[in-house]
Design a protein. Structure first.
Length: 212
């Protein structure tokens, strides 16, 4: 299973690092490959709190529009979209800026036709909503952005992770770890996911509450 985490300036660091570590640990046990990708060439991505990431790959050359990806053949199985910066409208970065720029939502609109699963952490759900991926489907996001998500027509739930088949959304920040563990459980079984949670010394979320 190939998993791409789509990073951009102003994304929340833990939205990225939480799932990334889970997936990389999983890759030592099962057939999971994960990487950080940007939409266009970028040497470094700066998170909302200043941490800099070095992406593994990019999807489009400079000057190419998202429609160029329509002919792409080597799509990942899963794309994870982090959030960040949504609740700071004045900041010139983050998910809210990406909505205004439009390139990331345009990419996600195309990607939904070719990947098995689109997933979001925190306010990454707002990018999926802007792309038309969520529509009236069940979804969640950071508590502070639930009203915004509801305004898009989504069926907003307060669960930490909402699995709607080819769409998985999670709540704020640390819930990205739960999203990653849930995705791995869905694909490889509970034993793998529980084992990873034990290595991370993390109390898992499960439907109905946290795992004892």
């Amino acid at each position: 299973m190939q998993i791409d985490i789509l990073v951009y300036d102003g994304n929340d660091e833990l939205d990225v690092v939480g799932p990334f570590e889970v997936f990389r640990l999983a890759g030592e046990l099962v057939k999971v490959r994960s990487r950080l990708v940007t939409l266009r060439p970028q040497n470094r991505v700066k998170g909302s709190h200043g941490l800099k990431f070095k992406p593994d790959a990019y999807l489009l050359d400079e000057g190419q529009g998202a429609k160029k990806l329509a002919k792409r053949k080597n799509w990942p199985d899963v794309i994870v979209v982090p959030g960040g910066g949504w609740n700071n409208p004045g900041a010139n970065q983050g998910a809210r800026l990406q909505v205004k720029l439009g390139d990331v939502p345009a990419f996600l609109t195309i990607a939904r036709r070719s990947v098995d699963t689109l997933a979001s952490v925190c306010t990454g759900a707002m990018l999926l909503a802007e792309a038309g991926v969520i529509g009236k489907r069940a979804a969640t996001t950071h508590a502070s952005a639930m009203a915004d998500l509801a305004e898009t027509g989504a069926e907003v739930r307060s669960d930490r992770v909402v699995d709607d088949g080819d769409l998985i959304t999670s709540g704020g920040v640390t819930s990205g770890i739960d999203l990653a563990l849930w995705l791995l459980e869905r694909e490889f079984g509970r034993r793998i996911a529980d084992g990873l949670a034990a290595v991370l010394e993390y109390q898992r979320w499960r439907p109905g509450g946290t795992q004892p």
